[in-house]
Design a binder for this molecule. Structure first.
Ligand SMILES: [Fe+2]
Length: 387
């Protein structure tokens, strides 16, 4: 039988000889802070509501354990100041003290792609992802790994794109509203609403939080020209890091201004061109010549920044990264607006009609839907909640 020792300190306790985590060296002691332990007592959460009800801010900062011992598979602590008893599953505790953080089903390996992605891009029928849980999981996973997927069989109605978007989240608004119709207007409010070519870009960087997932539902497209192009910005950023590490450093650390302004609007925000996550990995890109404001960083810094910016911009236009195809009526292309750079070639507005109806949803909600969809599978061992 394993013997455990618990050593009480001033601000935390040390556990020795703890089992419970695979391949863990039991001779290595585990330390746990008292405030963390008290905050994460299993009684802290309201089981029905799901929220933490306990408020650590109301506890004394010099919180101490009066006693602590391992009984069977639990660490049992009695707290000094109020006599409250906390119990912790020893396997749960050892896991958090060894490898903090929730396991995340939505943290899936990213598939960085180039122009040959055309053959492997995932295609789904709308009726299938709307009605079949396994098809829906495959669709959500494709968005997480590839950053894009094509949905076909979408009804030719104003709500068609909304129904696609609602599979991965709620439609979220931008400064221009919940939905937008991309066509050539007599009095356009942006390049997108003309028949001109659109350089490779990500949408709406002039907002503090640019939209995550973008949907473009093709209602009609029989014009001459108007091919749609996509580039995996994360793949290009990775290659930039290898080829020009200093450029990568500049583009991922210095933020630059973006702006969209006309008579009734003046949206401004700063973004880095290459966006890193908390672990320093590329999580996306921000690029938009038509919304880039006048760069306001130090002119000497621009001596290095501009060449880096232009080298990265030129790489994004290199055909070896570029996927080009023609959206057909009834198709909806779904892509991660913070990773996949999109554009279009010019078209002749007098040669026919071209109408794409678009909207956005949130990246975080996509991950949430994916976790919940996997958890709903019959053999899932995933749990709701924290304890
Ligand atoms: Fe766009």
């Amino acid at each position: 039988m394993t013997r455990y020792s618990v050593e009480l300190g001033d601000r935390g306790l040390t556990l020795r000889n703890i089992q419970g985590v695979e391949n863990r060296d039991r001779s290595v002691p585990l330390y746990a802070n008292y405030l963390w332990l008290r905050d994460n007592c299993s009684t802290s959460w309201d089981i029905e509501i799901g929220d933490r009800q306990f408020d650590i801010v109301e506890q004394p900062l010099n919180l101490r354990a009066r006693s602590a011992q391992v009984q069977q598979n639990e660490l049992v602590i009695v707290w000094e100041h109020d006599g409250h008893q906390s119990r912790y599953d020893i396997e749960w505790l050892a896991r958090w003290l060894t490898r903090p953080g929730h396991d995340d089903l939505a943290h899936v390996p990213v598939n960085l792609w180039k122009s040959d992605f055309r053959e492997s891009m995932c295609r789904f029928e709308y009726s299938s992802i709307a009605g079949d849980p396994e098809a829906r999981i495959a669709y959500l996973r494709a968005l997480l790994t590839d950053g894009m997927a094509l949905v076909e069989g979408v009804a030719d109605s104003d709500d068609g794109v909304k129904h696609v978007a609602e599979i991965a989240g709620h439609v979220r608004a931008t400064f221009s509203g919940y939905f937008f119709d991309v066509k050539a207007y007599p009095k356009p409010v942006g390049t997108a609403y003309t028949a001109r070519a659109l350089e490779p870009h990500t949408d709406v960087p002039c907002e503090q939080y640019p939209p995550g997932i973008q949907y473009l539902h093709c209602r009609v497209n029989d014009v001459v020209g108007g091919q749609t192009t996509f580039v995996d910005g994360a793949a290009v950023a990775h290659d930039l890091k290898t080829l020009h590490p200093l450029d990568f450093e500049l583009l991922s650390t210095i933020s630059v201004p973006f702006r969209f302004a006309h008579d009734a609007m003046d949206m401004r925000a700063r973004q880095t061109v290459i966006v890193l996550d908390d672990f320093g990995e590329v999580q996306g890109v921000t690029i938009s010549q038509h919304m880039a404001d006048i760069f306001d960083i130090d002119q000497h810094a621009l001596d290095d920044y501009y060449p880096a910016f232009c080298r990265f911009g030129a790489m994004l236009r290199d055909r070896k990264y570029q996927l080009e195809f023609r959206l057909e009526a009834g198709q909806c292309i779904v892509f991660d607006n913070q990773r996949i750079v999109h554009g279009r070639s010019a078209y002749d507005p007098n040669s026919g009609a071209r109408l794409l109806r678009g909207c956005y949803s949130d990246r975080g909600e996509l991950r949430s839907r994916y976790r919940v969809a996997l958890r709903s599978l019959p053999n899932s061992r995933e749990k709701v909640g924290n304890i």
